[in-house]
Design a protein around this ligand. Sequence first.
Ligand code: ITT
Length: 194
Amino acid sequence: PVLYLATQNKHKVEELSSLLQNHFTVRDLSTLKLTEEIPETGSTLAENSLQKAQYIAEKYQVTCLADDSGLEVDSLGGAPGVYSARYAGEPKNDQANLKLLLQNLQGKDARNARFVTVLTYHHQGVYHQFEGEIKGEIVEAPRGNQGFGYDPVFQPEKENRTFAEMSLSEKNQIAHRARALEKFKIFLDEIQKC
Ligand code: ITT
């Protein structure tokens, strides 16, 4: 079956595709010729994830999967959270976000954080959501050049490397997105048995 990834983030496409290739023929949005940005106006990751899936499902009547993710830092009251993509304002800028995050954590000892992904799967008018998380901490200075977004400053629990110091397959063994996908795959296996 064909599955469209309802995301405009090429790094998510890369991670999701590599984890779904045994289950679907995965397509990104390039073949649908979408020109506008998919709206994202919710106040939670779950709302935004659903909104993105609905937008693509209703416009193109396709089976699709949307991903909304965020980094929640305890000592910042859960920020940047649902605002992770635009933490430093418009337009979205990963480097600026990362810099602002380190600035806001300067001098703070408590650096606990978690990454969360909410996936929304749409098939024939029905929506299902799957959540994955990983706990870790924000390091003092960026390390590594793999991955994307906040990866250079996020070090998962029990690891001494940041996500940006890991290969795609290493990150995909433990990360929030991969954990949400595990739940999605269990769901797919269950419905196939019916
Ligand atoms: P789409 O909405 O098109 O899917 P987006 O980049 O806007 O793409 P989000 O709204 O989910 O995605 O924003 C998430 C923000 O968190 C964004 O700044 C990403 O760079 C960052 N992010 C998401 N997943 C990440 C990961 O696995 N590692 C590091 N940063 C991540």
